[in-house]
Design a protein around this ligand. Sequence first.
Ligand code: FE2
Length: 169
Amino acid sequence: MPIFTDLASGLLRGEQVAETRRTVGDLAGYWADETAAQACADELLYTTQTWFPIEDGTEGAVLWGNTTLMPGRVGEERFMTRGHWHVKRDRGELVVTVSGKGLLVLMDEDRNATSEELTPGSTHWIDGRYAHRTVNTGDEPLVFLCAWPADCGHEYDAILSDGFSMKVT
Ligand SMILES: [Fe+2]
């Protein structure tokens, strides 16, 4: 059963669309300034919508979703997503920016970090060997669509313990 992707807003509609909501406090441990994070722990950080046309983890399948990352700062650090590694490093991902302004931060295993600018229409290939995170550098919500292999696996522990070598202020 198909779903509907509103190309103007980037939002998804359909029965198989799952939604999540993350606050600043949900990313406790990931911020450079944890005291500042505690002070705004209840603030909405980002929402996601994910379409699971097939069970998560299915080899050979592709999943589709979006993220709406709010503008703001925790201390001096810009609002960001948690970021992750793909457990299977040979699984990549595509990102298309719908609206807003931001950065896609990429970091290799040696902690060398680079970033690509997210602007409406910009389309990005993420090599699965790079940890990735997005950051809102603008004043309005940053909305982007993603397509990723259902069996890539998501690894967060190393991000929590070591962080990214690039902080965006
Ligand atoms: Fe990913």
